[in-house]
Design a protein around this ligand. Structure first.
Ligand code: HSE
Length: 291
């Protein structure tokens, strides 16, 4: 049997829609695989009741098929589905790494990124790699059609999850089809600032570099209380706030000693808007690892 832990991830980071992603040091999924004549899937843990066990409908089933690696697969969910924390990507990444070992397929971690993304296509309609890349490789990743660049980074963050769900498909439908040149110029400036901040481990630059006005404002409308949560996080010290992935999770970048205050302020602001929420104090972490 092979067991692999793969972390939650936050994609986009504002200015890097479908490109940027970070591995978070918590929460995480754990996937166990055993050789079998055909693939069967069992799901336990957070939100498991919402995840299909039919291999044809499960992100991990798509990965087993892509690797031609039939197995009995047990997914222990730590990352809540439809939360904006790369829940399907965590399972897909863990399964890709585990099945690669189980069957001695010999793929590199980089090779496994597009394979794990097959699962994303099943869930959201697009094989975007901005969650699976950091889930497999760890750190901050820049995912493009021609490959992934990884930057080791250490930046404190808070992700706050309201007790509501947003489907990635619905959130993708809200993304505008075109943008003004001014908005693109702003986004490029932010993306460059964020990347520099990750290299330097500088939370002020990372927070500023998340600013953009094309994707996140459109999606924030799906999250009750978003504006109040953003304001509260900034007042508590966050250097930047954005929608985590497709939402409804909200990501805040912190300086370090302000994490507890930022987390508390975000939960309170959601609750003042009538939405239950929980916050994880986390930081950029490592990718999938064998247990
Ligand atoms: N980049 C993707 C999106 C991540 O924002 O739609 C969601 O999984």
């Amino acid at each position: 049997m092979v067991r692999v832990r793969a972390p939650a991830t936050s994609a986009n980071l504002g200015s890097g829609f479908d490109v940027f992603g970070v591995a978070l040091d918590r929460p995480a999924d754990v996937v166990s695989v055993e050789r079998a004549a055909e693939t069967t899937i069992e799901v336990t843990g957070v939100g498991s009741q919402y995840i299909p066990e039919d291999p044809d409908a499960n992100t991990v089933g798509a990965v087993a098929q892509a690797l031609d690696a039939p197995a009995h697969i047990v997914i222990d969910k730590g990352v809540r589905p439809s939360s904006g924390l790369g829940s399907s990507a965590a399972s897909a990444a863990a399964a890709a790494v585990a099945l690669n070992e189980l069957y001695d397929c010999g793929y590199s971690r980089e090779d496994l990124v597009p394979i794990a993304a097959e699962g994303e296509a099943l869930v959201s309609g697009t094989a975007h790699t901005d969650n699976v890349a950091p889930a497999i490789l760890g750190g901050f990743t820049i995912a493009r059609a021609d490959g992934v660049t990884r930057v080791g980074a250490d930046v404190p963050m808070v992700v706050c999850l309201p007790e509501t769900a947003v489907s990635t498909r619905d959130a993708r439908d809200l993304v505008p089809e075109s943008a003004s040149l001014d908005a693109l110029v702003e986004t490029v400036g932010s993306a460059a600032t964020l990347t520099t901040g990750m290299h330097r481990g500088d939370p002020a630059l990372v927070g500023r570099g998340m600013e953009e006005s094309i994707v996140s404002p459109a999606r924030a409308k799906l999250i009750d209380g978003y504006d109040a949560v953003e304001t509260a996080a900034r007042e508590a010290g966050a250097t930047g706030v954005t929608v985590s992935g497709a939402g409804p999770g909200v990501l805040a970048v912190c300086r370090g000693d302000d994490q507890r205050d930022v987390a508390g302020a975000m939960v309170d602001a959601f609750e003042d808007s009538g939405v239950e929420a929980r916050a994880y104090r986390t930081r950029v972490g490592r990718g999938a690892c064998r247990l």
